[in-house]
Ligand binder design. Sequence first.
Ligand code: ATP
Ligand code: MG
Length: 440
Amino acid sequence: MDHKPSSRKLEKLFAVKGMNDIVPPDSSRWEALEAEVRTLMAQYAYRNIRTPIVEPTALFVRGTGETTDIVEKEMYSFEDKLNGEALTLRPENTPGVVRAAIEHNLTYDGGKRLYYMGPMFRHERPQRGRYRQFYQLGAEALGFAGPELDVELMLLAQQLFDRLGLKNICLEINSLGVATERHAHRAALIAYFEAHAEYLDADAQRRLHANPLRILDSKNPAMQSLVGQAPQLLSFLGERSLAHFDTVKSLLSACSVAWSINPRLVRGLDYYSHTVFEFVTRELGAQGTLCGGGRYDGLFELLGGKPTPAVGWGMGLVRVLELLQAQVERVPDPALDVYLIVPQPAALAVAMRCAQDLRALGVRALLHASASGATDSMKSQFKKADASGARFALIFGADEVAQGQVVLKSLRDGAGEQSLQPLDKLALWATTLQSRTSVK
Ligand code: ATP
Ligand code: MG
């Protein structure tokens, strides 16, 4: 390639539509959220799993489902130029986690509780709360069949919302029972919609035989009353499915988590069973689902593994942060402790060494750097120090440094106070820094 400098100004490049940069100070909010998540996951004993962002396309065709919006129209798929393999940027991560669990036989010695956090990709129309690269936190419990795990996962999500201080989030639950119950319901649903075929929109007509459950998801206002009166899956559940669902409800209530039943909450795929749930809010406009999950006891087999019960959820972190911004006062960025000012280049080495030593002691320290590469005036260095929010400035004047000393100055409480500090005592000073408000 030709890298000759050109006299023409080059065009700017921009991020791909629907894929956003996260820059400071916003990135601090992400870091704080991620830190909260890690603490919480450790308390629930969920361990981190990291799978590739690119997976074989077949994983999502099978694992997400051929008749889902995701597979029908939202995937970023491409052919590997070298070997022609069909690949896809992950639109969700449950199939990836299950693939990895099968590949590494993760459940050989019992159930595993796992979580992940990372980018997902869907080719959707970008709008508030809906992006083409977005971030999901997911929790998956593999190898547990009982309703207590369904509840544990809901408690985990609820606890995260509570710790973040989020309010007005409702938990909606439903049960999909088992395959035979769903098939009976499906037949009743098809019969019902066929009897009212003239009211079906084009989407619904297309789905009627492929995946009638998905008609229940319809957002078309003209279809709402028809859908509202459709046969409900709950009335097709047998004793065992009802018992599973009853335990879920009573355990949730025992843990003081409010829930309501949403009979239209369905996942139109056969590998789902029993509990499905969503955490929703009305405060984010149309994109109000923060977290969606359910039990997917059939997925392991569908991906070539041994039958393994499993349950999990995925949470949209962009939406969580948007709600946080709307509801919770902003947490201030962590402030700097010390700003190091170096008026003459001769003292640079000592200052750099000192900054390094202070950081090793846990002090948040920033060494002044000029934009031009030349040494900035004391005045402009002080201006930056003030703007940085640091509590103290350390001034590495050549004369003081020659005598093994630096000037320590308060920038905030008791601003202006200053004292001379021996360089070899700075470490001692630093260890008492957290409780200090003045230079004395
Ligand atoms: P929706 O009904 O909003 O399209 P979905 O059913 O496609 O959601 P899931 O596949 O269950 O969503 O993903 C779990 C969560 O991930 C959603 O509840 C949402 O918070 C978030 N999410 C899904 N798609 C996007 C997107 N394009 N941009 C931002 N967040 C998203
Ligand atoms: Mg979607």
